[in-house]
Design a protein around this ligand. Structure first.
Ligand SMILES: *Cc1c(COP(=O)(O)O)cnc(C)c1O
Length: 392
């Protein structure tokens, strides 16, 4: 199905083959096509809220502290209070034990993010959700086409799964989707959509300005966060989600290029994997910790590593950038932007050390080799003082 202005329509014929390919391997019941993954997630949140028994306090959703900000923005917008679980320091993936500490009678849902393409055995998490009647949402944006450790497709565990086809993801033609796994959830979503007023899409100029403003907000907030190591900066994101509503809720623009691009996915994922493997080979045994769990899933979004010396992350990243290479430091801990009282020390350390390198179609294997060489050139910056002393 698709949101068209004020109405909900059946999936356009051109998208049916892609829809069948997404639903088939995970036994999904329906797909809601949207302009962004964030919009799909918002409707999953709304469906959960509308259909849950009333809670005493504000309904809560648990998110991993290391994730894209829009997961928490859309939660606030939908009426949830987002709570933040700490992460596994070796992968950046949600730490179940930390999530369990956040459980309250108001908790209705939890999101698992397949960060950087990594997957994990989700059965302990799914069992816990079952015990407490929590809805499990999988963020598969980085991991389209990935396999779980048991070789099943990702998306075979959660109640809802979100996908994105927007710039910087594995296919960059625009659009997003929400996969619904059970018939019961499909009915609930349809009902929720039919009872909710849909706002008209914004024009391109307004959207571009909102996007620019949001990027500025993110940059200035995270830079402040880096500076104020000990004292959290007041969380302004929850106050501003309504101002960015049009940015988060976008319809899919048609016709979509996805049907033409879709058959290329395996080839593109293969090329990404090859580049990621090249980084893994060249960067072995450096002053950093390589995050190589994507090797089990078959899918790498950006090649990611944690440098030993947190104090030099910005200098190190900038030095590599000066050589003409793309570097990002994703993500800043969401708890620090939305709820500083949620304590996530592993996420804090992770964010102060994370470096992401490009493996997409815009870079070649030669580029990857040169980029890895550049990391070695500046490896002295990445070395922590303890390790430097060891070497002396
Ligand atoms: C980009 C991203 C999203 C949001 O996708 P959109 O299509 O831009 O809404 C969600 N989760 C992760 C992990 C992302 O990288």
């Amino acid at each position: 199905m698709i949101i068209d202005g004020e109405r909900i329509l059946p999936t356009p014929e051109e998208l049916l083959p892609v829809e069948a390919d997404l639903l088939g391997p995970v036994g999904g019941q329906a797909l809601l096509w949207t302009g962004r993954a964030t919009t799909g997630l918002y409707w999953a949140y709304r469906t959960i809220l509308v259909n849950a028994a009333p809670t005493l306090g504000q309904p809560e959703v648990i998110l991993p502290a290391i994730a894209c900000t829009v997961l928490a923005d859309s939660a606030c917008l939908a009426g949830f209070r987002p709570r933040f679980a700490d992460i596994d320091p070796t992968t950046g993936l949600l730490n179940l034990e930390s999530a369990q500490h956040l459980l309250t009678p108001n908790t209705l849902a939890i999101v698992f993010v397949h960060l950087f393409g990594q997957t994990a055995d989700l059965s302990p998490l799914a069992n816990w959700c079952g015990q407490h009647n929590l809805t499990l949402i999988e963020d598969a944006v980085h991991a389209l086409g990935a396999k779980l450790p048991n070789k099943m497709s990702i998306g075979t565990t959660g109640d809802f799964i979100i996908y994105s086809f927007n710039p910087s993801k594995s296919l960059e033609c625009g659009g997003g989707g929400l996969l619904i796994r059970s018939d019961e959830s499909r009915l609930a979503l349809e009902q929720t959509l039919s009872q909710s007023p849909q706002s008209p899409p914004l024009n391109a100029e307004t959207l571009a300005l909102l996007e620019l403003s949001y990027r500025d907000l993110y940059r200035s907030s995270t830079t402040l966060g880096r500076l104020h190591h000990k004292q959290p900066v007041p969380a302004i994101f929850p106050l501003l989600t309504l101002a960015y509503q049009g940015l988060f809720l976008q319809p899919l623009s048609l016709p979509s290029d996805l049907p033409q691009l879709w058959p290329e996915l395996p080839k593109r994922l293969g090329l990404r994997y090859q580049k990621a493997q090249s980084y893994a080979d060249q960067l072995a045994n450096g002053p950093w910790q390589l995050l190589n769990q994507w090797q089990n899933s078959g899918v790498c979004w950006r090649y990611s590593l944690l440098i030993d010396n947190a104090d030099q992350l910005i200098n190190f990243s900038e030095a590599v950038r000066q050589g003409g290479f793309h570097v990002s430091n994703l993500y800043w801990p969401l708890n620090q932007l939305f709820a500083p009282q949620d304590y996530c020390p592993a996420a804090d350390q992770f964010a102060r050390r994370i470096v992401n390198l490009w493996v997409d179609d815009n870079v070649s294997l030669d580029w990857v080799e040169a980029c890895a060489a550049s990391l070695w050139r500046f490896s002295d910056l990445a070395r922590s003082d303890d390790r430097r002393e060891e070497l002396v």
